[in-house]
Design a protein around this ligand. Sequence first.
Ligand code: COA
Length: 558
Amino acid sequence: MRILLLIHGFNSLSQRIFVELKAAGYDVSIEFDINDALTREAVDLFQPDVILAPYLKRAIPDDLWQNHLCLILHPGITGDRGPAALDWAILRGDEHWGVTVLQAEAEMDAGPIWATREFSMRGTTKSSLYRREVADAGLAAIFEALEKLENGTKPTALNYDDPGVKGELRPSVTQKERTIDWAADTTETILAKVRASDGVPGVKEGDYFLYDAHLASGLTGAVGEIIATSGPAVCRATLDGAVWIGHMRSREGQHRFKLPATMLLAPEVPEVPLDSEGGYREISYREVGDVGYLRFNFYNGAMSTPQINRLLSAYRKACKQPTKIIVLEGGDDFWSNGIHLNIIESASSAADESWLNINTMDNLSEEIIRTRSHLTVAAMGANAGAGGVFLARACDYVWLINTIIMNPHYKDMGNLYGSEFWTYLLPRYCGAENSARIAEQRLPMGAVEAVELGLADAAFSDNRTDFDRETALRAAALATGFSQLVGAKNQRRDADEAIKPLTQYRTEELKKMRRNFFGFDPSYHVARYNFVHKVCKSRTPVTLAKHRDRRKMERKAS
Ligand code: COA
């Protein structure tokens, strides 16, 4: 069956749908919803059996849904309609929510229903719910809808008289509903408002938009005032406590993108140490038996120079402990997305900051690869992209949650060459043929393919709780065979070093990166600018829109 994914952006939800539909044997192509003429052209070229829209910002043109089966993945329970389904669910504090696969018709979100799924809400951001609960439930519903389509089962018409239909038509959420009333809102309400607005659009306040809110335990002060800072975050007192605001976006000026709040405001207030018990926490370490767990929960998985330096110090400290295994856990929503493109964009010299950032990243990768005292594990319970994927492969073992999406490529960032020792790690773990395939294809990858190609060693568990539990069991098991395993690893490293020293890989990679940053071709700087400023794509890349790749389509037809 041919499925055309019609999407506004190739975000993690649509990436996961793309990966899983392809793995299930469907013929999938992608078209960005740029304008109606291009969409019609894509349909003509690909001749899909189904048009599937998992993430759209506007209605599908009438002639398309009238002539083709168009399925919409709506992030709301049965009967829910409107453009801000999840935002409302978070704002209301719903304990359960759901997704619905419905057929596009004249009235938005009111077409016949093909499948639904419900899930328990987590006290987290809208984007985090999208990446986990909505993606898990959405995929289950999509597969059910496709199965019904294949066996001829008809969808059910939406009927508000049915007592099972609990949803309703809701308008979009405006800044009026999002705005914080510091004098009246409780901490819980403030957290809900920022979480419902995280990703896009943020909570408007004065000259800024607010993001990344967390409970600040044990702090109090004059309501609405900034009473402390901690690393990137400022602490604002509420009626019944306080909240950390980690990131903000300026509405004016040159840098209208998300940055650490303390880069935008410089209040003269006491500082609570970063990562301390009562502060804003990014890096934490704990031990269980022979296993040390290092967690680095960096906002959006982006790693700036100072963040990596702190992680490197924490890693060195972990290596000095009398443990046997170090598990690098990444964060709640991302394992790592590589160097921090927003901080780089805001620097007075983006080239210099890029250079500093990638060198620091290499310091960390190198330290992990050269570790002789411990076995290292990258436990990837959340997605990773670009340098973040190769940083993980620096570990001796890479374990993935089954639902992961990885983007092991740099080229989409203006043909960036990439570093983090990928030229050593890919051939070492994946072999020459697979390395070339991974380096060339600019597509997201799921767990099965990553393990098949050697980019990871194992994949297990469908949810984070089970993944963490299973990781702990596997790490403890590794510790029992430690002496032999660490001996073999060090021998292998010595042999590799004798063939070609790590410093040589590093020098060669960084030479190419220097050219990307300081050379005459500005592609990386342009791509980074577009990424950070969220400039909409003007066409769908041929890597995704295979219907626009003449060679592929001709090969298929012959
Ligand atoms: N630096 C700064 N911000 C980053 C980032 C990075 N390296 N990677 C992701 N982000 C931000 C995004 O801008 C987005 O911000 P938002 O909260 O304003 O929406 C957020 O993280 C989530 O990213 P998004 O692209 O929506 O997530 P995704 O899961 O759909 O896609 C990636 C993940 C990795 C494919 C995509 O974010 C990406 O291409 N990142 C750039 C990776 C890169 O090139 N790194 C530099 C080279 S090492």
